[in-house]
Design a protein around this ligand. Structure first.
Ligand SMILES: *Cc1c(COP(=O)(O)O)cnc(C)c1O
Length: 378
């Protein structure tokens, strides 16, 4: 089946009790058993929930994996993945990974004897140089936030295979509509479903998908033991969001393309970062592995003061953290999403004080461009 069909039907069933077309919200903590050890496969809702399972099967299908698991947040999904390793294991992680991922690894997991090298994974030689005998997994985020740097998934997939390392890709920004890392050899894919998968800015969640069946029991064991499950209502909202993923992404990207081009001609804009721009250095790589360019656009103005001034002028773009919802958002990475990153580290990543990031929504393109133009004119 095609991708859009899988978004709508993957892992879904009509309710056998009533024929309801939508998978019901099984808002229950436990299930009636017919006798000791006799039940319908459901015992306790931390362990199994039909609404959650429908979402889990759906995302596994979209990513081309054997199994999927839904968690209370993207961070809980990443934490569950890391819980399968042990003290002494080493990991190579994209240097400009999501701030929460860096914090989890650097401030929490390190205490338990896991070690991390944060490396520019767009540079294959740097990745090779960081591999140690105790390295177990490469953890890659592509494209990155907010600089939109890409890691070559084919190259990194081949390297992982050659060196017998596991590979996990955080696919939150590209979504499975645009990028399916398992095709390039990824063993795991994680998502913050809070972003494009749910797409409506009304719930926080995360998923972990494994390519091979051998991981099913291990991940389920962690999910059930540590217990950071996604609740039935949030599972249902996410499932509903995913049904329109393909049409939303098409519109998000069309708007983002138009906005990136328009920004290039607006006075006071120094640089525009968007993989779809003709002079973007990784444009070809984006086309190869994403088939498109996503819907995050970053640009710079002259200074922090100027950025602050512009940010207060927006009428439509909402000043907020997060991304991937139907409404357009704007943020100032240096003082918001990346405030916890030390200033010199921020500078090395290219996150200047004048950098502004847009999560382009699906409103009318002309309204969005007009809003940007008037905010920059002020
Ligand atoms: C938001 C985000 C996360 C964390 O997800 P939460 O749902 O906020 O816990 C992880 N990775 C990326 C790329 C993100 O954008």
């Amino acid at each position: 089946m095609g991708f859009s069909t899988d978004c709508i039907h993957g892992g879904q069933w009509y309710d056998p009790h009533s024929g309801a077309v939508m998978v019901p919200i099984y808002q229950t903590s436990t299930y009636q058993q017919q006798g000791i050890g006799k039940h319908k496969g459901y015992e306790y809702a931390r362990t199994q929930n039909p609404t959650r399972q429908a979402l889990e099967e759906n995302v596994a299908k979209l990513e081309g994996g054997a199994c999927g698991f839904a968690f209370a947040s993207g961070m809980a999904a990443i934490n569950a993945l890391m819980s399968m390793f042990q003290s002494g294991d080493h990991f190579i992680v994209t240097s400009n990974t999501y701030g929460g991922t860096f914090r989890l690894m650097d401030r929490i997991l390190q205490k338990f004897g896991l070690s991390f090298s944060f490396v520019d994974t767009s540079n294959l030689e740097a990745v090779k140089a960081a591999i140690k005998p105790e390295t177990k997994m490469l953890f890659v985020e592509t494209p990155t936030n907010p600089m939109l740097t890409l890691t070559d998934l084919e190259a990194i997939g081949n390297l992982a295979k050659e060196r017998e390392l596991l590979l996990c890709v955080d696919n939150t920004f590209a979504t499975p509509y645009r990028q399916q890392p398992m095709r390039w050899g990824a063993d795991f894919v994680v998502h913050s479903t809070t972003k494009y998968l749910n797409g409506h800015s009304d719930c926080v969640g995360g998923v972990l998908i494994a390519r091979d069946e051998q991981w099913r029991e291990k991940i389920h064991f962690v999910q059930n033991s540590a217990g950071a499950i996604l609740g039935p209502m949030d599972s249902w909202l996410t499932l509903r969001g995913i049904k329109t993923l393909a049409v939303r992404m098409d519109r998000h990207e069309r708007n983002a393309n138009a906005i990136a081009k328009a920004l290039c001609d607006m006075p006071g804009v120094d640089r525009v970062y968007y993989p779809g721009l003709p002079d973007y250095p990784q444009r070809e790589l984006a086309l190869k592995q994403m088939g498109s360019f996503g819907a995050i656009v970053s640009f710079t103005v002259s200074s922090q003061e100027r950025a602050e001034q512009v940010l207060t002028q927006f009428k439509l773009f909402c000043l907020a953290e997060s991304l991937g919802g139907v409404e357009s958002l704007v943020c100032h990475p240096a003082s918001m999403t990346h405030a916890a990153v030390p200033a010199e580290h921020r500078a090395a990543l290219g996150i200047s004080d004048g950098l502004i990031r847009l999560s382009v929504g699906i409103e009318d393109e002309s309204d969005l461009i007009e809003d940007l133009a008037q905010a920059l004119k002020a």
